[in-house]
Design a protein around this ligand. Structure first.
Ligand code: ZN
Length: 667
């Protein structure tokens, strides 16, 4: 691994962060260098500190430890992410024999200079008890690959030749801080400490020295890994007709959704990975052994659970059998997790949920599981990194993690769980929503409205674009491909807003059959194609769902010369009712929004002029010609879709969003 230190960049940081002083500016600089290297830390892992001096309001100089605060990621840390804690009171704690977590957290908070600062890292005392000005802590992949094996200490002796002290595994907190200080005191010439099965600490008098000692240690570890005699991983004998992702993912997503009596299931979002490294890992003949051995570094466990759920390879055309095998696999996962809890709980912990966070499917790949795409991505990233580490260990020796009791103590450590936060979930968190015609007008407003309720929203649009999935609702293939992409991105779908449409005008006695058919193609068959694809996925999940159709008020109250648009919309209203009828037993609700006169790309200003003329009124009167006398917006329609999605016992309903129009009231 190369050092990315640059004198010019260091000077820039010092200039940019002049107000906080050179020490903290350089601390920010090298923390970011470490945080931006995926092979060193991921997603808020690791921590850094600098010992410096600040002046308080009275002009007194105070020695402080600026240490990474909880909730900050080193990759983009700022000075407030390194809160200052009074150093002398921290150092005096070293005299104690033991210290409870509660007392430690309270003491750290009590010694913060800024009362509003985040909690200092759980490893703060380790930083404080070491004498060096700069201390860097990472979970470097290459170092883990040397230590996550039975002879890790011996290998580290050989590789680091006494330049790093070796610390046996002890859970983070006060006891580890004391142990590290003792080991350092016996070898005060070392450049750092290897925490076996946990990670690396390096230190120095300058930011550069501490940082480059990390790089040097990692480079030495990498050389050793590359130089050893490599054993090739034996592959399992797998069928060559593996089922496809779009078939398997909804089955798994349904499986890991927690069913709750009388309430909506607690759904999960799935993100999928199948890089060559992932495939090599999940297809290994000994997956059951190394795959269940435990985390590569302890703080992964709150994101990945102690072990993944491992399922057999799913075969094409045998999905019902796979569904059954997967169900049994999930049941035994839940039982094994319950037994693990019972084995290690000393009586005062409450069990966490027993839903796997990582699912391995030989032949197919790996799924990260989480309450949101972000959480699922974190689980998948950590799992993918662990696969690299385990793969590197396994070329030379069997992978070995910390003991199961140590894994449990870490997973159920209140200070670790606190990192996950306990904010209340939004109303549509854990839901995957697809919106057709989502790039503009009512669709775009709907995408925004669902996102603000916490949903993961896939934008489907004929225009495609950077964020949107291309979807032409007049083509069955295009709709099918679009939903496959939604499944690949999130694991399935729960709510579909079938919104794409196009306006056609013409007096019905004069209109050509071609125009009428073209309108039916998008304004009726388009909805049918979308609903059909969505329902297939929802049924595979088995957790219900919601279909929401945008039917114009033309469906119930035809306007003059608007037949080519209103007729298919009327058919779509009937389509909605048919879905409600035929799929209510699947827990799938179907509802429609009957909106009128929304200024969008579909009802353009030119069309408004034409419609107003057809009715013999002014444009303003046309747009506000309703009982409330106010123009209705795309945002009003979007809110109606959201409320219908939340109306758990409403199906086959039409919600009118038109400012009030008695003639268009459904009856
Ligand atoms: Zn750590």
């Amino acid at each position: 691994m190369d050092s990315r230190w640059s004198d010019a960049d260091a000077r820039d940081y010092v200039a940019q962060y002049q107000s906080v002083g050179e020490d903290l500016a350089l601390r920010v600089y090298t923390s970011r260098l470490l945080g931006r290297e995926r092979a060193l830390v991921l997603h808020g892992g690791g921590n850094t500190s600098v010992k410096t001096r600040v002046t308080d309001l009275l002009g007194d100089k105070i020695d402080v430890l600026c240490v990474k605060g909880s909730g900050w990621d080193m990759a983009d840390i700022e000075p407030p992410g390194l809160p200052a804690v009074r150093l002398d009171p921290l150092r005096r704690l070293e005299k104690l024999d033991r210290l409870s977590d509660e007392d430690m957290v309270n003491y750290l908070r009590g010694n913060l200079l800024d009362a509003a600062a985040p909690n200092p890292s759980v490893e703060t005392l380790l930083h404080a008890f070491l004498p060096h000005k700069f201390v860097d802590h990472t979970h470097a992949d290459a170092v883990l690959a040397l230590t996550d094996r039975h002879d890790g200490a011996k290998i580290c002796e050989e590789v680091f030749e006494g330049r790093l002290g070796l610390v046996p595994y002890v859970m983070p907190g006060f006891a580890l801080a004391k142990l590290c200080a003792e080991i350092y005191a016996k070898n005060p010439d070392v450049e750092g400490l290897v925490l076996l099965k946990h990670g690396l600490f390096t230190f120095g008098e300058t930011a550069r020295e501490a940082y480059e000692r990390t790089i040097r240690a990692v480079t030495a570890a990498e050389r050793r890994l590359a130089g050893g005699r490599a054993k090739k991983r034996a592959l399992a004998a797998l069928p060559n007709d593996i089922a496809q992702l779009h078939e398997v993912a909804p089955v798994l997503r349904g499986l890991v959704a927690e069913k709750r009596d009388g309430a909506e299931p607690r759904r999960q979002v799935l993100v999928f990975r199948n890089s060559p490294a992932v495939m090599g890992y999940v297809n290994g003949a000994e997956l059951e052994r190394y795959g269940r051995a435990g985390p590569t570094t302890p703080d992964h466990v709150i994101r990945t659970k102690p072990w993944p759920m491992i399922l057999p390879a799913p075969r094409e055309g045998e999905l019902p059998a796979f569904r059954e095998v997967a169900r049994r696999g999930f049941t035994s996962y839940v039982e094994a997790y319950g037994a693990y809890f019972a084995r290690h709980n000393k009586g005062d912990k409450k069990p966490l949920d027993s839903i796997p966070r990582v699912v391995l499917v030989p032949g197919l790949g790996m799924f990260g599981v989480g309450a949101s795409a972000k959480d699922a991505t974190i689980a998948a990233d950590l799992a993918e990194t662990a696969m690299g580490v385990i793969g590197a260990v396994e070329t030379q020796a069997p992978f070995e993690s910390i003991t199961e009791q140590d894994i449990f103590d870490m997973e159920y450590w209140s200070l670790e769980q606190a990192k996950l936060g306990k904010a209340a979930e939004k109303r549509l968190a854990r839901h995957v929503v697809a919106v057709t015609g989502g790039a503009s007008g009512i669709g775009a407003a709907t995408v925004k409205a669902f996102r603000s309720e916490g949903a993961e929203v896939a934008v489907l649009d004929i225009a495609g674009g950077a964020e949107a999935i291309r979807c032409d609702v007049t083509s069955s293939e295009s709709v099918r491909d679009a939903f496959r992409q939604v499944v690949a991105r999130y694991g399935g779908v729960d709510i579909v807003v079938s919104n794409a449409g196009r306006a056609f005008q013409g007096r019905i006695g004069d209109v050509s059959e071609a125009v009428l058919r073209e309108s039916f193609e998008i304004n009726f068959y388009g909805h049918q194609r979308v609903a059909q694809e969505a329902v297939a996925i929802m049924r595979a999940q088995g957790t219900g769902g919601a279909l929401l159709f945008n039917v114009s008020k033309q469906a119930v109250n035809p306007g003059p010369d608007f037949g080519p648009y209103g007729l298919p919309k009327a058919a779509t209203l009937a389509l909605m009712r048919q879905y409600a009828l035929d799929h209510g037993a699947d827990g799938i609700r179907a509802n429609a929004v009957n909106a009128d006169r929304i200024r969008t790309g579909l009802l353009t200003n030119d069309m408004i002029a034409a419609r107003a003329k057809a009715r013999g009124v002014s444009e303003v009167d046309y747009m506000t010609g309703n009982l409330l006398g106010r123009e209705v917006t795309a945002e009003d329609v979007a809110r109606a879709f959201v409320e219908l999605a939340l109306a758990r016992t409403t199906t086959a309903a039409v919600l009118t969003v038109d400012g009030g129009n008695i003639a268009a009231a459904p009856r």
